[in-house]
Design a protein around this ligand. Structure first.
Ligand code: BG6
Length: 455
């Protein structure tokens, strides 16, 4: 059931996420041969009345780095169906359009794989999933599967997250649902497991005896940028901290999983989240940038935070007393996402130098992926003086010929080509990055994380 016709349906095709992230990711997969004409068909679905060509024109400007010919070949794979999100007519038309392609061009008759990507606000997830369930499932006469990808924010609080989970759970089996977090697709987030558990350097140091604090920081140099209507309902904590930064936190703080199996990794994440003490109000800072309410889609009296800093304290043997500071903000002076592991000072200083700054291990997720270690060295020259320097692994320099995949490419690929991953895995038996990518997606499809630590 992992080959044959694949239909990728982007619901919310006219929206911001679809044009900025989903279609460009599909295009990159096309360029690398993971989406092939004849086997894969892409459908956009939204309310706007548009032709196929209308949708293609809308997204063309966001697809970069290809010849015109390549671009046109990709765009020709895309068809558009318009309809509402809560009534059957549009979805029946969508089903008909998908089926036509499955029967006319499918070189393996009787097999169909249907992947529905919800680039939509969560308020419409239940109705859209109901429609998919009643109108668009892979026909029972076919082999294959139907899968649904959803993203955060998955509810607003515990009750709404559980309600949403229950609603989707009535319609689909857990294996059919992929709850994705695109930060887990970022190269250096994928690298965290390898760094921590494959390097002797880090194993003995990664604890309260050596580490003073850990900072996990997200900053953006633009504001709501046309998304004020969405953002104002959720705020920075639900938009960034509860999902992206908390996933990064788990990978930094969790214990070594028994294996790279999805369940084992999920279990360790759950365990570390359960060890987080209640957040102390004195250790939370909230803010809103000046000018936020100038966005016409934001209400004048809005109180929604666009900046937050939260200290997490992990009550376990490894981390007791080490603050994990999670910070996120929009419209700040720069754009950056990084993890800073700050070490304690070396005891018994004999250099009597003026303070040089502490040892620090920095993992920069973006921009310009890098990891570097700040350390004190002898200043070159005759005198015995010290200075702060860096051991630097900048990906742009070290991996000049490697194109680092976009997070969404990896996530989408994981949902439909486990067979390729397995093939690659057996081929490059020690290649752990591919392995963690698969692990992550399966873990996301598990309900326990959501249940254990909702919004
Ligand atoms: C999204 C948030 O999940 O992540 C956006 O909704 C944010 O507000 C974006 O801009 C940041 O993603 P990236 O990959 O550009 O860091």
């Amino acid at each position: 059931s992992e080959s044959g016709c694949l239909s990728i349906v982007v619901l919310g095709a006219s929206g911001d996420l679809a044009k900025k992230k989903t279609f460009p990711a599909l295009f990159n997969l096309f360029q690398q041969g993971f989406i092939q004409s004849g086997e894969v068909h892409i459908f956009g679905y939204a309310r706007s009345d548009m032709s196929d060509e209308g949708l293609r024109e809308r997204i063309r400007g966001y697809l970069k780095g290809a010849s015109d010919e390549h671009l046109s070949q990709f765009l020709q794979l895309i068809k558009y169906v318009s309809g509402s999100y809560d009534n059957g007519a549009g979805f029946e038309l969508l089903n008909k359009t998908i089926s036509e392609n499955e029967t006319s061009e499918n070189n393996q008759p009787g097999n169909s794989r249907r992947l529905f990507y919800l680039a939509l606000p969560p308020s419409v997830y239940p109705s859209v999933c109901k429609m998919i369930r009643s109108c668009c499932m892979t026909p029972s006469s076919h082999t294959g599967w139907t899968r649904v990808i959803v993203e955060k924010p998955f509810g607003k609080d515990l009750d709404s997250a559980e309600e949403l989970s229950a609603q989707l759970g009535e319609l689909f089996d857990e294996e059919q649902l992929y709850r994705i977090d695109h930060y887990l697709g970022k190269e250096l987030v994928q690298n965290l497991l390898v760094l921590r558990f494959a390097n002797r350097f880090f194993l003995p140091l990664w604890n309260r005896d050596n580490i003073d604090n850990v900072q996990i920081v997200f900053r953006e140099d633009f504001g709501t940028d046309g998304r004020g209507g969405y953002f104002d309902q959720y705020g920075i904590i639900r938009d960034i901290i509860q999902n992206h930064l908390l996933q990064v936190f788990c990978l930094v703080a969790m214990e070594k999983p028994v294996s790279l199996s999805p369940e084992h990794i999920r279990d360790e994440k759950v365990k570390v989240l359960q060890s987080v003490s209640c957040i102390n109000h004195d250790e939370v800072v909230l803010g809103q940038y000046d000018g936020y309410k100038d966005d016409p889609t934001v209400p004048n009296e809005s109180n929604t935070p666009t900046f937050a800093s939260v200290v997490l304290r992990v009550h376990n043997e490894r981390w007791d007393g080490v603050p994990f500071v999670l910070k996120a903000g929009k419209a700040l002076s720069s754009k950056k996402a990084e993890i800073r592991v700050q070490f304690k000072d070396a005891p018994g200083d004999i250099f009597r130098c003026k303070k040089q700054g502490r040892n620090e291990f920095v993992i920069r997720l973006q921009p310009s992926e890098a990891m570097y270690m700040k350390l004190t060295v002898k200043k070159p020259g005759l005198e015995m003086a010290t200075e702060q320097s860096e051991l630097d692994l900048s990906y742009g320099l070290r991996y000049q010929d490697v194109k680092i995949p976009e997070a969404y490419e990896r996530l989408i690929l994981d949902t439909y080509v486990p067979s390729i991953l397995h093939l690659l895995l057996s081929y490059f038996a020690t290649h752990s990055i591919i392995c963690t990518s698969h692990v992550r997606t399966k873990m996301q499809s598990s309900p326990s994380l959501q249940r254990t630590y909702p919004n």
